[in-house]
Design a protein around this ligand. Sequence first.
Ligand code: HEC
Length: 125
Amino acid sequence: MSTRRSLQVLVLTLVALGVFTGGLAWLLDTDRTPPGAPREARLYNGLCATCHGVDGRGSWRAALFLIRPGDFTDRARMSQESDQCLFDVIKNGGAPFGKPGMPSFGHLSDEDIQALVRYVRRFSQ
Ligand code: HEC
């Protein structure tokens, strides 16, 4: 193989690798929080948006894995759940409430969870 040809193969391989890893990063990375955003926005986009979507409607990435997070923008549905109820689901996970797809975030402080409850509420206001 000529040097020129092996160089072409090398460049093509590098380009293919770049496109692949870039695509994977795009698929997995939902966090597009602008720097300086409030803490709850950073928490939500970093921890919750993977499943609930940045807009609260549920992300198609979660749907790919058959996870069905509820629609936070659905006013009728959200108005039936008290703040305490939302707090408990975030702190303890959804399993005790018949929503097994929702993981528990008990490692967050109560203040952070309260901030997340307010953040989630905003989607239906
Ligand atoms: C692995 C995916 C996943 C992640 C990550 C996740 N959730 Fe959920 N969440 C769910 C599912 C599934 C439900 C259950 C929806 C149902 O059954 O109605 C749920 C339910 C909830 C509920 C109860 C209200 C409702 O819609 O039923 C709240 C509040 C909630 N999530 C907030 C959060 C917050 C805040 C975070 C981040 C700290 C978070 N979730 C992260 C999947 C997820």
